[in-house]
Design a protein around this ligand. Structure first.
Ligand code: HEC
Ligand code: HEC
Length: 367
């Protein structure tokens, strides 16, 4: 159960037979041929028996297929746009059916497998489970029931065949739709960024002086207290829920005039007062691709994010105690931003091409 160590088209090699819980371990490191998993934490997956690469291909196809929506107009990839780092650049919050604004920013799916819970409030545990959130949400894909989705896919010969081939002859089901999409989502968790080459493959030339200085600023500013970097890998998140003061600032008119329903974050799941306005710490991998930032997209650029932290996270008296004014000068701020830009995986272009090709191939095969 190791990720293949050299090719750029790796897929997890898994023991097949019974459903197994597999840990996909990072491969050995080589500086000359960056491995897509270089620098990633082990990813724990509950694997369905079958052919992993066919499961990933099927999941990719489902991800890009608007037929998953009841009215055939909205795919996962309509919001998590491959060309936008699998997020949505521009609008602060997502749009649902009929252009209705949703409450939250569209996060990237590139890092979803690095999270130990799903959604910014952690209301779902696994990727398999998360899939049914948008598929059944009235304002997203709007399927009245799970059976509507299963029935629609079962009614198409291409999907019937693809499910059988990927899952040892088993037919389309709720469980396998979740498994295929989750297999795809795990396959697009990629490392191998210039930071990874520098830190984990010993390539001292992969970062320039400013970028290395930016990593020093990152550490000295306590960013790693939540966006964790370990000696052997970096998820850039500790998967906890923290209050960085954004909701308070909005309520007090400090983040522009855009009206928005209050968002209580983790509190909405736990009803614990200490969780009010706390949101899951996001991974910072590929963060240069996924503007705007924070759960409500209220900060437009990485420069604005750095200014936010430099100011100590707004005036919220309840904000996380780790956030204090940093007093960074312009050089340190610029270096911090250029460091964050080194976290983009070299694999993203390939993943984007593959996702788009999958959508195209699908149209040709429409029944
Ligand atoms: C209408 C736009 C839209 C569509 C369609 C959509 N999503 Fe999302 N997705 C979002 C938004 C907005 C969030 C953040 C919501 C939250 O955290 O409460 C999100 C969150 C997620 C997350 C959690 C990521 C994280 O870091 O917590 C995953 C995984 C995900 N979506 C996968 C999917 C899949 C798979 C599909 C298709 C079945 C899909 N999405 C369809 C907008 C969309
Ligand atoms: C107390 C924990 C904590 C510390 C310390 C912290 N962050 Fe964060 N960071 C978060 C949380 C939580 C969010 C998400 C907030 C939200 O969604 O509203 C976040 C969001 C971000 C984002 C936006 C990511 C996205 O995809 O929207 C960036 C960039 C970021 N942090 C960088 C930094 C930097 C740089 C530092 C150090 C100056 C830092 N963080 C320190 C917890 C922390």
């Amino acid at each position: 159960m190791f990720r293949s160590s050299s090719s750029s088209t790796w897929s997890p090699r898994l023991v097949v037979g019974l459903a197994v819980t597999a840990v996909l371990l990072p491969a050995p490191l080589t500086a000359s041929d960056p491995d897509p998993s270089l620098g990633l934490p082990p990813i724990v997956a509950n694997i369905e028996p079958g052919d992993p690469s066919l499961q990933i291909a099927l999941g990719r196809k489902l991800f890009m297929d608007p037929q998953l929506a009841e009215d055939g107009t909205m795919a996962c990839g309509t919001c998590h746009i491959p060309e936008h780092g699998f997020a949505l650049n521009g609008p602060a919050v997502a749009f649902g059916r009929g252009g209705r604004s949703l409450r939250r920013n569209t996060p990237t799916i590139l890092n979803a497998a690095l999270a130990t819970s799903q959604f910014v409030d952690g209301r779902m545990k696994t990727l398999e489970e998360q899939v049914w959130g948008p598929l059944l949400a009235v304002e997203e894909a709007w399927n009245p029931t799970v059976q509507d989705v299963v029935g629609r896919l079962q009614g198409r010969s291409d999907y019937r065949e693809a499910f059988r081939a990927a899952f040892q002859g088993r037919p389309v089901s709720q469980r396998l739709i979740g498994a295929a999409l989750a297999a795809y989502e795990r396959s697009i968790a990629v490392g191998g960024s210039r930071f990874d080459l520098w830190k984990y493959a010993g390539d001292s030339t992969a970062l320039n002086d400013d970028e290395r200085a930016g990593f020093d600023v990152f550490r000295a500013s306590g960013c790693g207290g939540c966006h964790t970097v370990r000696d052997d890998y970096a998820a850039f998140t500790d998967n906890t829920f923290r209050n960085t003061g954004i909701e308070w600032a909005r309520a007090h008119g400090r983040l522009g005039a855009r009206k928005k329903a209050p968002d209580h974050g983790r509190f909405e799941v736990t009803a614990r007062e200490s969780d009010r306005h706390a949101f899951r710490v996001p991974s910072l991998r590929n963060v240069a691709l996924t503007a705007p930032y924070m759960h409500d997209g209220s900060l437009a650029t990485l420069e604005e994010v750095v200014d936010w932290y430099d100011g100590g996270g707004g005036g919220d008296p309840e904000r996380d105690r780790a956030l204090k004014p940093l007093g960074l000068d312009d050089t340190a701020k610029r270096q911090l931003v250029v460091f964050l830009r080194t976290l983009t995986s070299g694999e993203v272009e390939r993943l984007t091409r593959e996702a788009r090709a999958s959508a195209g191939a699908f149209r040709e095969r429409k029944l």
